[in-house]
Design a protein around this ligand. Structure first.
Ligand SMILES: NC(=O)c1ccc[n+]([C@@H]2O[C@H](COP(=O)([O-])OP(=O)(O)OC[C@H]3O[C@@H](n4cnc5c(N)ncnc54)[C@H](O)[C@@H]3O)[C@@H](O)[C@H]2O)c1
Length: 315
């Protein structure tokens, strides 16, 4: 992800990729050469290096918090990829460090920058679907292989921490209402030599505005498929169906349309928002609080799967 983010950042006016850090010497050398940047072997060396005034954190999930806190303390603005981090105590540390240092903190909820999701958000915010009553979100993913930490619960792996933050964030954002209750089941199995880990989860959500939803996700390694990322939302006056990265279909009392995109530079839009927030000294449209909210729902889902009970997450 780091290399893709660096490419999107380098394409922006007035932004340069000055330094990269990667523990892997091959990727480090390749990325540094591609962008003419300084290369560091650790995030600590990058933070101390003084070459940059903003940092993207694309480390394994359990390493986000320490890197983000140290970078904030060094005065660097922060784009932290999702999940913000893996515990609520760490989320509080990151938010407090960013506030103390008065640096911008954005979480990489990239789905919000996809054109079909932005269209749905505009329609819902304008009331064109009426009051939301139901949201059904599905993320089905596969990879022939992947970094071992993806399937290590201690590193913030497993489908809930790795994939479902996108769903928890986009549902609350689209419905304009936080999740207040979570009930979940997970399927666990070892992947490779690792311990048993959640590779599939089915989560039932209740939102503060009374709407209900389901979020289901799975991530396996037995084949390399295209993935299915689909979302349906119904309100009292209409519904939308979204194929993330592909299309949106809407039907309301007033109109019906299908929109299929040909191009969508969503990563450029995400990086553009981060750069604009820094320049304009304002909060980015995706905040650290949004990252903490999604984390709270994810941890509640894992707790519910363990105990069998619904978990209250009223803000
Ligand atoms: N927004 C999205 O759609 C999206 C998509 C994929 C991944 N992600 C997120 O991006 C982050 C990175 O995921 P990835 O798929 O690129 O994982 P990855 O394992 O490919 O990359 C992580 C990199 O961190 C490096 N690293 C590990 N420890 C380090 C250290 N101490 N100092 C410096 N470098 C170190 C590794 O060498 C590796 O290159 C994760 O948080 C993941 O959840 C987000």
């Amino acid at each position: 992800m780091g290399e893709r983010i660096a490419a999107a950042a380098a394409a922006l006016d007035g932004v340069e990729v000055r330094a990269v850090a990667d523990a892997n010497p091959v990727s480090r050398a390749r990325i540094a050469e591609r962008f003419g940047a300084a290369a560091h072997a650790s995030w600590e060396a990058l933070v101390e290096g003084g070459e940059v005034d903003a940092l993207y954190v694309g480390l394994p999930n359990h390493l986000h918090a320490d890197a983000a806190v140290a970078a904030a303390e060094a005065g660097l603005h922060l784009l932290v990829d999702k999940p913000l981090c893996t515990t609520l105590a760490d989320a509080d540390r990151v938010l407090a460090a960013a506030a103390r240092a008065d640096v911008r903190l954005m979480v990489g909820f990239s789905h919000r920058f996809h054109v079909e999701l932005a269209t749905a958000k505009r329609m819902l915010a304008a009331g064109e679907l009426g009051d939301p009553v139901l949201a059904v979100d599905t993320i089905v993913d596969s990879a022939p292989a992947g970094p071992a930490w993806y399937w290590d619960p201690a590193a913030g792996g497993g489908v809930v921490q790795l994939q479902m933050h996108h769903s928890f964030d986009r549902l609350a954002w689209l419905l304009g209402s936080p999740v207040v209750q979570v009930q979940a089941s997970v399927h666990e199995r070892p992947v490779g030599d690792g311990p048993a880990v959640d590779v599939a989860a089915a989560v039932t959500l209740t939102f503060a505005n009374g709407a209900v939803g389901t979020s289901a996700a799975s991530f396996v390694t037995g084949y390399d498929g295209d993935g299915i990322v689909e979302l349906a939302i119904q309100g009292t006056h209409g519904h939308v169906r979204i194929e993330t990265w592909q299309a949106i279909e809407a039907q309301t009392a007033r109109f019906a349309f299908d929109q299929r995109q040909r191009r969508d530079d969503w990563l450029g839009a995400e990086l553009g928002e981060f750069a604009a927030a820094i320049r304009e000294r304002r909060d980015p449209s995706v905040s650290g609080e949004d990252g903490r909210r999604a984390l709270r729902v994810a941890l509640a889902a894992l707790e519910s799967a363990r105990t069998g009970a619904a978990v209250d997450v009223t803000p």
